[in-house]
Design a protein around this ligand. Structure first.
Ligand code: ADP
Length: 446
């Protein structure tokens, strides 16, 4: 049993981890920047340590401060949540050097999967389907053009160190390749500190389908079904659901099999997600692996009854979960709407500021994961997610009806949020029919 867990994060995910720890009887330490002094994760944790100023590079992204906070408070494990240092192999290594258990996969695995070009190659090597594309990093635009000719336009240039939907460029012709390649390189260098790029075939109207995994201490990998995250703005997810309206039982077993094989080949431990693109013809392709718990994990919790964060902590302690793949069943339907402090009318521009009034919905089948309250001021320094609104139903129609009802009940005043756009999407015939692909939202916003 861990003595004490330090949560190297903020916002709703810090609360989510605290909740799991409370239920397991493990004391918690919250860390906070001066912008988050009055945050709920600070109140809900057993202890808290201030780790620096609002700017993330000097607080939540500063490994030394987090390790010092763990040492001062006597924590023996660190939960990184998602974002910030969750996928930093260096931070995981530093934790180990200081005798702290990093609740996540091994640093080697994080390195392997964190480089998207290497991850692609690794998965291809064990027979997981990937899109036609480069074998690793593309040296220059010249090589890129040559490869693109073989792949066939359109192609997508992606940053190997990329994430958060950034560092991608779609190229539709040979003439446009060189300029896009140079722009992608410059963007990747400034955003991720590495200009490494790779190229793959661009699919016009795929679905984003991902598989939730958990690597166990006995080396087995559990798969918890799929999530459909096709409703995206600027390659970032806005709505997720499980099961996917596009996945048949046969396709599901193929997806689970591929994801398990992929994770097994790298000796994956802890919670992780393999993301695929599903094409209109029913074929799917590996896109990337996220080596952490994801924002949308509760969707899976609602349809499987699993407590993924609790399982993740138990696995990190070397404890058995007592669950086998043939016992994981998807029951009913769950959907999540990301409530962001963003103005949908202004191209989703962030809207930090004070929440003057707040009422969260409730009633049958509703779950809200959030760190905000009436009077809370959303700082401008961090991501704009302020609440995850989830609805569960016995079938998709009931889940959608409950979500519509919950969105009506929700009151957030003082800042613009994505609530208004969710109401429209939930009433859109294409979405209701379960036909939304990754192109849906951009089309709809037009
Ligand atoms: P990130 O790590 O930044 O999240 P991903 O590689 O997971 O980037 O891609 C994010 C989104 O970008 C996908 O969900 C999809 O909408 C789009 N995308 C990425 N690669 C392709 C591709 N080859 N074809 C079509 N869309 C793609």
């Amino acid at each position: 049993m861990f003595k004490k867990i330090l949560i190297a994060n903020r916002g709703e995910i810090a609360l989510r981890v605290i909740r799991a720890c409370k239920e397991l009887g493990i004391p918690t330490v919250a860390v906070y920047s001066t912008a988050d002094r009055d945050s709920l994760h600070v109140y809900f944790a057993d202890e808290s340590v201030c780790i620096g100023p609002p700017i993330a590079s000097q607080s939540y992204l500063r490994p030394q401060s987090l390790i010092a906070a763990a040492e001062i408070s006597g924590a023996d494990a660190v939960h990184p949540g998602y974002g910030f240092l969750a996928e930093s192999a260096d931070f995981a290594e530093m934790c180990a050097m200081h005798g702290l258990t990093f609740i996540g996969p091994k640093p080697e695995t994080m390195n392997l999967m964190g480089d998207k070009a290497i991850a692609r190659k690794t998965m291809q090597g064990v027979g997981v389907p990937v899109l036609p594309g480069s074998e690793g990093i593309v040296a220059d635009a010249e090589e890129g053009r040559h490869l693109a000719e073989g792949i066939g336009y359109p192609v997508i240039i992606k940053a190997s160190a990329g994430g958060g939907g950034r560092g991608m460029r779609i190229v539709r012709s040979a003439e446009a390749l060189e300029s896009n390649f140079e722009m992608a390189r410059a963007e990747a260098e400034s955003a991720f500190g590495s200009g490494d790029l790779y190229i793959e075939k661009y699919l016009e109207n795929p679905r984003h389908i991902e598989v939730q995994l958990l690597g166990l201490p006995d080396k087995n990998i559990l798969a918890f079904g799929e999530r459909d995250c096709s409703v995206q703005r600027r390659h970032q997810k806005l709505i997720e659901e499980s099961p996917s309206p596009a996945v048949t039982p046969e396709l599901r077993s193929q997806l689970m099999e591929a994801a398990i094989a992929g994770a097994q080949s790298v000796g994956y431990e802890s919670a992780g997600t393999i993301e695929f693109l599903l094409n209109e013809d029913g074929k799917f392709y590996f896109m990337e692996m996220n080596t952490r718990i994801q924002v949308e994990h509760p969707v899976t919790e609602l349809v499987t009854g699993a407590d993924l964060v609790k399982y993740q902590i138990l696995a990190a302690m070397g404890q058995p979960i007592g669950l086998h793949n043939d016992e994981v069943k998807l029951e009913g339907h769950a959907i999540e709407c990301r409530i962001n402090a963003e103005d949908p009318e202004k191209n989703f521009l962030p809207t930090p500021g004070r929440i003057t009034e707040l009422h969260f919905p409730g009633g049958p089948g509703i779950r809200v994961d959030s760190h905000v309250f009436a009077g809370y001021t959303i700082p401008p320094n961090y991501d704009s997610l302020i609440a995850k609104l989830l609805a569960f139903g016995h079938d998709r129609n009931e889940a959608l009806a409950r979500m519509r009802r919950a969105l009506e009940e929700m009151v957030i005043e003082g800042v613009a949020t994505t609530t208004s756009v969710h109401k429209k999407i939930l009433n859109h015939p294409e979405f209701i029919a379960g036909k939304a692909t990754t192109g849906f939202l951009a089309q709809f916003m037009k």
